[in-house]
Design a protein around this ligand. Sequence first.
Ligand SMILES: Nc1nc2c(ncn2[C@@H]2O[C@H](COP(=O)(O)OP(=O)(O)OP(=O)(O)O)[C@@H](O)[C@H]2O)c(=O)[nH]1
Ligand SMILES: [Mg+2]
Length: 380
Amino acid sequence: MLIKRYIVNNMNEAMTRIRYELGKDAIIISQRKIRKPGIKGFFSNKLIEVTAAIENSEKKSDEVEQLKINPLQSKVKEILENKNKELKETTNDVKEEPNLATELKDMKKMLENLSKGTSPLENEEESIIKEIEEFLEKNDFDAEVIDEILVEYKNNYSDTDALWIDCIKEILSKKIRLTTQSIEGAMVLVGPTGVGKTTTIAKLAGRLALIEKRKVGLITIDTYRIGAVEQLKTYAEIMNIPFKVVITIKEMEEAIEALKDCDVILVDTTGRSSKNQMQISELRAFISKVKTDNIHLVISATTKNKDISAITEGFRALNYKNTIITKLDETTVYGSIINIIYKAKTPVSFLTVGQNVPDDIAELSVDKLVKLSLGEDNIC
Ligand SMILES: Nc1nc2c(ncn2[C@@H]2O[C@H](COP(=O)(O)OP(=O)(O)OP(=O)(O)O)[C@@H](O)[C@H]2O)c(=O)[nH]1
Ligand SMILES: [Mg+2]
């Protein structure tokens, strides 16, 4: 028989953890309300101590160890309590009883050592933190982002009655912002090579021109890659919308002037490496002539965690105000969404989920982003 004790905020939490750790055949053998030790415990909500058991022949060795420790702990606690009682009854004599005091001290030490220097309640909190950490790691959250989330959890949520997963959802929901800026005037897309800037421009142009019937103009600052101009030109021709190719900074001013009657001017740019600050500055000179703060960083959900901050910081000089996350259809774990949001520190404006123009732009909501990142939803 395996017996395990849990300190929890409520029975719901107890049931979840017991089922997770001992399996569905576990039975609850006792439960009682307790307070956290010390003055803090007096003012905080009561906790529940639940003891559960399961018939199990294949106990893991650390569980067996824990079982051995538990009876030992109880025994020492009992002795300590008796000694404490004795001590109270003979308060005046204690000073002259160095042996009793030493004995008490030793026992306290034993208790501390048994629980590795922490109280059962502290152990409990630590194990929840560990559980959260493992869960976020499994969903590909970046180590720095996990640290930030755990600090927030420890500071504001560890004392609540809520399940930790609900706390994490709340932390993420508060962090995620969506773009409220409407698509009006000029809008520029920047980002690394091959993330889907041109495809996203084509999707947006398609939606705006064909579905919303707005007057759309396209500009590309594409002086770099042969064939890149053709890609957008083809879309412009299919949709029958004006299209300008800009090679010099002066031509950018002229193109903006020529398209000034359009409701929306979408500006595509050549993919740049965030490591090449020369290229970024060159791009900056072009963008400054567009005279807009409607600048979006495009970044793929498949970007390696380690590269995300290099990109979000590398493009910072272009003063992007929004983030478009692409290629969600190419990954199965969506922690990168949160990593991008934490690192870019801007609202999310669009999510793209495939190569089809103009269809593959997903509906955007905070709830959806939270669920995707925690593995409760997916993009098929
Ligand atoms: N699976 C998937 N593929 C996408 C998505 N968006 C774009 N792509 C594909 O990614 C490839 C590159 O897309 P582009 O739009 O040319 O990327 P870009 O950022 O303009 O690239 P450069 O101009 O070279 O910097 C193409 O094959 C697109 O079809 C998406 O959301 N999902
Ligand atoms: Mg392109």
